[in-house]
Design a protein around this ligand. Structure first.
Ligand code: ZN
Ligand code: ZN
Length: 293
């Protein structure tokens, strides 16, 4: 019985989010703080569920993991978000204005369709960026720190090298004129789905959810311990895209990480993409030092 209820928690959560943005008083939905509070609540509630019905004892939260996750959640909500706004979103909006592009048709679509459009546009970009990261070495070097995490938890989706976090946040959403509540609802849905897809919660939602949305089964398989096995299930929230583009794989993993399953520190996660360069400089120094000796 408990298991059956837990299997329905992710779809119920999505329904609550949609109901909130559709029916909550305007004073709440118009308040800029609402999206910040709802995003934080999503992470906290799912983290709480990890203690009620955990998936693997080996993924149990501890203080070291908690503070690392918290560091990245704050980094994503501040520096990464500001950088993406300044370097991508605002320039894109400026181009849109200067070229006189209008997408008022989007604003006039039914509200739920606007929400679906937000989810699709965000995920379509993320899918191809993520797939590129698994197929090109320079991009993989930015993404590999996310795959070096050795356990999955509610906020682990936020953990990764800052360059990767910036790249994965890029989207063309700024080109579309959409209702702000549809935007916020779409962001919250993506947040709920990707949070559950990384969480240590024993919840396996039914097919009406898992056909479209990514679950922990799909995403844990993506976190498999050898590089080749990670090259599937790229959809952060919309696994439907993997089904469409032929990268879907059925299965689940309980041991996650890369290479020797060594956990990286925050410093190592930040330096990871530059490691080949650092090693080359060190080797270069070694060569020039040798004749002197
Ligand atoms: Zn990946
Ligand atoms: Zn992940």
């Amino acid at each position: 019985m408990k298991q059956k209820i837990f299997n329905l928690v992710p779809p119920a959560f999505v329904a609550v989010i949609v109901a909130f943005w559709a029916f909550a008083p305007k004073a709440l939905t118009d308040n800029g703080w609402s999206i910040i509070v709802t995003s934080a609540l999503i992470t906290l509630v799912v983290l709480g569920l990890e203690f009620v019905h955990e998936r693997h004892a080996g993924w149990r939260m501890n203080w070291r993991e908690f503070f690392t996750d918290l560091f990245y959640v704050v980094l994503s909500a501040t520096v990464i978000s500001w950088t993406a706004t300044a370097l991508a979103e605002e320039p894109l909006q400026a181009v849109k204005t200067s070229l006189g592009i209008t997408t008022q048709w989007a604003m006039h679509m039914p509200w739920l369709l606007q929400v679906a459009l937000v989810v699709f546009i965000m995920e379509f970009g993320q899918y191809w960026m993520h797939r590129l990261m698994h197929n090109s070495t320079p991009f993989w070097l930015t993404h590999a720190p996310h795959h070096h995490i050795t356990q999955l938890n509610a906020a682990k989706g936020a953990v990764g090298n800052p360059i990767e976090l910036f790249l994965i946040s890029l989207s063309v959403l700024a080109l579309f004129d959409l209702s702000p509540t549809a935007l916020f609802c779409g962001f919250n849905i993506l947040n709920v789905v990707s949070t559950f897809a990384h969480a240590n919660v024993r919840s396996d939602p039914p097919l009406f959810y898992s056909f479209f949305f990514t679950t922990i089964r799909h995403h844990s398989l993506h976190h498999s311990t050898d590089y080749e096995s990670t090259r599937c299930n790229y959809g952060n929230s919309l696994i439907l895209l993997d089904r469409i583009f032929g990268t879907y794989k059925e299965g689940e993993a309980s041991v996650v990480g890369q290479d020797d399953l060594r956990r990286l520190s925050i410093r190592e996660q930040f330096l990871f993409p530059f490691q080949p360069l650092i090693e080359r400089i060190r080797a270069g120094r070694g060569e020039t030092a040798q004749p002197a000796n």
